[in-house]
Design a protein around this ligand. Structure first.
Ligand code: 7TS
Length: 404
């Protein structure tokens, strides 16, 4: 059981008032707030440790390197990877997907080869593949969804051909909240000898992740969506795949030896980590992961599920409410429109009541086309949200409805 009152005290920003109203922060899908421990870790490292990593014999550099590499250990344990060489630090999910799309298409795809994505992808898992498609002459194939916002697995099965080289799919939709059956999808892909990249931006903060159990070949997530800092993220890749891929960027850290004739590359994971890494961010991310691990990802998942169910039933009682995404397996994200109120008007007016929601297409324009709408209002939940906050949202929507 989570003690939400105590938890909220760990997040100073949650006690802010905006426009004289207590802040109700329901934009966690965009980014989460940070517990004091994370902010303190950042301040402490800059005040007491700061030095560049991996290249100093001096005390501070060794200490900073230790924290950075301990962070890799923490992440490796958190997602149950086999080894720390499978944990690559990136700037976030977007960079992780770009790395795979660039390096995989270069090493493993030729003209006419195919990548399978889904109709509910974030632009971050569409555009990098389109860019690779332009460079390499490959094709995107798209898994369709039903009206509840669930992937059609039979259609997915039919998309495989002898030209399919990779599947890249989101674990949880940032618009619909749908939790995709990624373990089953990986197993289907593997029957065809095809590897799978899972976009875990919206799952890692909410659902216990075991990459070995999922058997996925790549898994990407962002630090800032899991209560850590911005600018740091993770790409997990099975060693056998990371070994096969060429480096992403060139520079310091990713080399073994350089001469003007020839450069040899560093071992995993450093081959993919050119330049000075965000060693303060990696440590602060590990502190965030320690924080959620201490609460227990199972407890977090259970609490957020109950809160999502409560929010769904509460919002569904509002006349004129249309909720997009009613999958049987649904997590922490609720997108909606009410009557003919424009999503932007709804978001702007809710803001005046102190309620932070996101409006628009949520970087998923192809999904909006499929749904036949321009955008939605989206409430996305975290474990520090409460039923009282859901009630404030529902009352706010009722009030605005009366204004229109
Ligand atoms: N994939 C999914 C499923 C996402 O929801 C997001 C960000 C990304 C990838 C990209 O993550 P980044 O950290 O690299 O930017 N989603 C959102 C959102 O829903 N609102 O703001 C950002």
């Amino acid at each position: 059981m989570l003690n939400i009152k105590d938890i909220r005290n760990d997040f100073p920003i949650l006690s802010l008032s905006v426009y004289g109203k207590p802040l109700v922060y329901l934009d966690n899908g965009a980014t989460t707030q940070k517990p004091r421990a994370v902010v303190d870790a950042i301040t402490n490292e800059y005040y007491n440790v700061n030095a560049n990593v991996h290249r100093g014999v001096h005390f501070l550099s060794q200490k900073a390197t230790e924290l950075h590499e301990q962070a890799r250990e923490t992440i490796h344990t958190f997602i149950h990877a086999k080894s720390t060489s499978e944990i690559v630090f990136t700037r976030g999910t977007t960079e992780s997907v770009n790395l795979v799309a660039t390096c995989f298409s270069e090493a493993c795809m030729n003209e006419g080869d195919e990548v399978i994505v889904s109709a509910m992808e974030h632009h971050s898992n569409i555009v990098p593949w389109q860019m690779a498609a332009q460079r390499r002459g490959i094709r995107l194939k798209v898994i369709p969804i039903n009206d509840k916002g669930e992937l059609l697995l039979d259609e997915y099965r039919k998309l495989f051909t002898e030209r399919t080289r990779i599947v890249s799919v989101t674990h949880v939709s940032n618009v619909l909240g749908t939790v995709n059956p990624v373990k089953e999808m990986v197993s289907i892909a593997h029957e065809h000898g095809v590897p799978v990249l899972i976009d875990g931006a919206q799952s890692a903060p909410h659902i216990p992740i075991d990459v070995q159990d999922l058997d996925c070949d790549f898994f990407a997530f962002s630090g800032h969506k899991i209560y850590g800092p911005t600018g740091i993220g993770v790409l997990y890749g099975k060693e056998e795949w990371l070994d096969r891929l060429p480096p992403y960027q060139g520079g310091g850290e990713m080399i073994q030896h350089v001469s003007f004739e020839k450069t040899t590359f560093n071992e995993l994971p450093y081959k993919f980590e050119a330049g000075t890494p965000d060693y303060v961010g990696s440590h602060a991310l590990a502190v965030a992961i320690d924080y959620v691990s201490a609460l227990g990802m199972d407890n977090i998942h259970q609490y957020e599920r109950q809160l999502t169910d409560y929010a769904m039933s509460k919002l569904q009682q509002i006349e004129g409410m249309r909720i997009y995404g009613t999958a049987d397996d649904k997590d922490a994200v609720i997108s909606f429109l009410v009557g003919n109120i424009h999503h932007l008007d709804m978001g702007t007016l809710l803001d005046r009541l102190g309620i932070a929601v996101r409006t628009g297409h949520h970087c998923a324009e192809p999904l909006m086309h499929r749904l036949g709408i321009e955008g939605t209002v989206r409430a996305s939940l975290a474990f520090y949200n409460t039923r009282e906050e859901i009630d404030i949202l529902a009352d706010g929507i009722q009030r605005l409805k009366q204004m229109f």
